[in-house]
Design a protein around this ligand. Structure first.
Ligand code: SAM
Length: 353
């Protein structure tokens, strides 16, 4: 039984993707509907949709709310799992799901191939090996592949912002961000993390640093943010210390879900650039990632699957506290401990050595 459930993993992910694409959770926002009613509203095949809905219910998405009177057809309603697939839900996860599936699909079929010893995981170039192949990305590095298509890039960045709706609460509330003068979110994407921190912590100001096209997108909406006067924007590359923001005493560099995108060699390069930018200031570097090493937490948070995802998409990795210590010390930092908060993410503190 277990094996048959596991082999259906692909199908379960596809059911999730399909109900999002068809807007089923949105259609069920106000009242339960039968598959026939849903199919009429969405222009779909009623019999096939009935089977999709039954499978979705079996997977834990949606619930049966009884039968419609005359013909005994089942009525479907949202449950606590499907409700966050609604586009208008404050904790929506629909872009996050699509971002993970969109980037995950290309590599999963190459996993066996990627396991072979001496197999260069030559996605695009020897220098950027990974399981996601040239065929999948048209020869582009994953970040350029995202940037090449604004719709794809938006799904990805909105998906990252949705992490804050779901896993960001403890990160914001269980850590004393007020101790910093300015929090500089390196690779901060659309800035949801910084916005949440500054909403609850009144002392610091914030800065979002990211690639130029990401910052250009942020700039377009920033004036609508209530906190925009406390937030600066800057663009460049974290592989080029000269483009990183100048730092003052009391600032903190935050790298959230950045280093898991990169190989150990690249992590050392990024951290070394951060170390150079921090100079002689008494500023901290905070690595915010899912830490590996606690089997129960790893299981609940899906950290091992995310580790394979990072290997497959970007030749990156999730890492344990010991691995962070080694990478930090190879980059001119000393490990300052790990703070655990109510989130799948931990905060690893580091100081210039
Ligand atoms: C996985 S996302 C994490 C976004 C955000 N920190 C979060 O936790 O939601 C990685 C981010 O790194 C940015 N990035 C990738 N390469 C970069 C580079 N060379 N310099 C600066 N940012 C980069 C991407 O644009 C993206 O916003």
């Amino acid at each position: 039984m277990f094996i048959m459930q596991m082999v259906g993993g692909h199908a379960r992910a596809q059911v999730l993707q399909t109900v999002i694409e068809l807007g089923i959770a949105d259609a069920l926002a106000n009242f339960p509907m039968t598959a026939a009613e849903l199919s009429q509203e969405r222009g779909l095949d009623a019999e096939r949709l009935e089977r999709l809905m039954q499978c979705a219910v079996d997977c834990g998405l949606f619930a049966v709310a009884g039968t419609a009177n005359a013909d005994g057809q089942q009525l479907y309603r949202n449950n606590s799992n499907s409700i966050v697939l609604r586009a208008d839900h404050p904790n929506t996860m629909r872009n996050l799901v699509q971002a993970v599936i969109m980037t995950g699909k290309p590599w999963v079929n190459h996993l066996t191939w990627g396991m072979h010893k001496d197999q260069p995981l030559n996605g695009n170039t020897e220098a950027q090996p990974r399981l996601m192949t040239e065929k999948d990305t048209g020869g582009l590095h994953s970040w350029d592949w995202l940037a090449a298509d604004p719709a794809r890039d938006r799904i990805f960045n909105d998906g990252m912002a949705e992490i804050d709706n779901n896993a960001g609460y403890g990160l914001v509330h269980d850590y004393n961000w007020n101790r910093y003068t300015r929090i500089i979110d390196i690779g901060g994407g659309y800035g949801q993390f910084i916005k949440n921190i500054l909403t609850y912590h009144k002392c610091p100001t914030g800065m979002i640093f990211d690639q130029p096209h990401v910052i250009a997108a942020v700039r377009k909406t920033m004036l609508d943010w209530p906190l925009h006067k406390r937030i600066e924007l800057a663009s460049g590359s974290f592989f080029d210390a000269g483009t990183l923001p100048a730092v003052c005493n009391g600032d903190a560099f935050v790298l959230r879900q950045i280093l898991h995108d990169w190989s150990d060699a690249d992590v050392v390069k990024i951290l070394s650039c951060c170390r150079e930018a921090l100079g002689t200031t008494r500023s901290k570097l905070l690595i915010v990632e899912q830490g590996l090493g606690n089997p129960l937490l790893d299981h609940i948070c899906g950290a091992r699957q995310m580790d394979l995802h990072m290997m497959g998409v970007l030749n990156g990795a999730e890492r344990s506290a010991v691995q962070w210590q080694q990478l930090l010390s190879a980059s001119g930092f000393k490990y300052g401990g790990t703070k655990f908060v109510r989130s799948p993410f931990n905060i690893v503190e580091a100081l210039p050595a």
